[in-house]
Design a protein around this ligand. Sequence first.
Ligand code: PLP
Length: 283
Amino acid sequence: MSRTVYVNGSFVPEEDAKVSVFDRGFLFADGVYEVTSVLGGKLIDFAGHAKRLERSLNELDMAAPCTMDELLKIHRELVRLNEVDEGLVYLQVTRGAADRDFVFPEGVAPTLVLFTQSKTLIDSPAAKKGAKIISIEDIRWGRRDIKTVQLLYPSMGKMMAKAAGADDAWLVEDGFVTEGTSNNAYIVKNGRIITRQLSTDILHGITRAAVLRFAREAQMEVEERPFTIEEAMDADEAFTTSASAFVMPVVSVDGAELGDGTPGPVAKRLREIYLDESQKVAV
Ligand code: PLP
């Protein structure tokens, strides 16, 4: 069965879903995106993703393609049409199509594309095993708080991890971990959860915000500060968070096994809490 994709106002079969070769997302990576997970046919943390999308658009002086209410309707309709029970909705907005010029065009309509991917997320073998992480230098641009489609370096980072026999990479700048290639990074030491504070250095993860709130509500200690790879190698456990992987335990960092080399209790508990609580308020 062909998927239905949303492109600029229309729901069309994926073979017919097309954008212009002059689209600035294609030519300049002049676009932003969001990924919202779907569990039991419902959207997880939609309000957070919509709010961050608005912020990304504002920071880049890019027009919103529609209201956030309309966006919710499009998400829901796409999930319904594609019968997604578990998976994700990918959304991308670009500045639109115009003759190639570095200067932003005026009066051009933004491009809006959404598609779904059905995928097993909860019962993930990777989450049961835990991820092996390597560290690499963070050479990305300085506005990582804006969720742009410039994903070449994160993609290269995942390839470097794969080549090293690992699952993912954490990015290190000036001696401190910023975040993972496509997730926020945490270590746990003596019961304290440590993760870098929000700034333009990292993406303000929607899952991060929810997980930290649940951790505090469960009386866990949270410290928002930068940490080094050496601290991570010496941690009791570690994990990452993202919309499509929720809470992913980390079992080794640069070859150093954490704890007994299996997912740690804090990561496992936070994964359970996040899955329970976020589904209760899913839309
Ligand atoms: N950091 C980066 C660089 C990411 O690409 C992502 C998700 O794609 C995250 C963090 C996690 O953000 P969220 O929890 O909103 O998915």
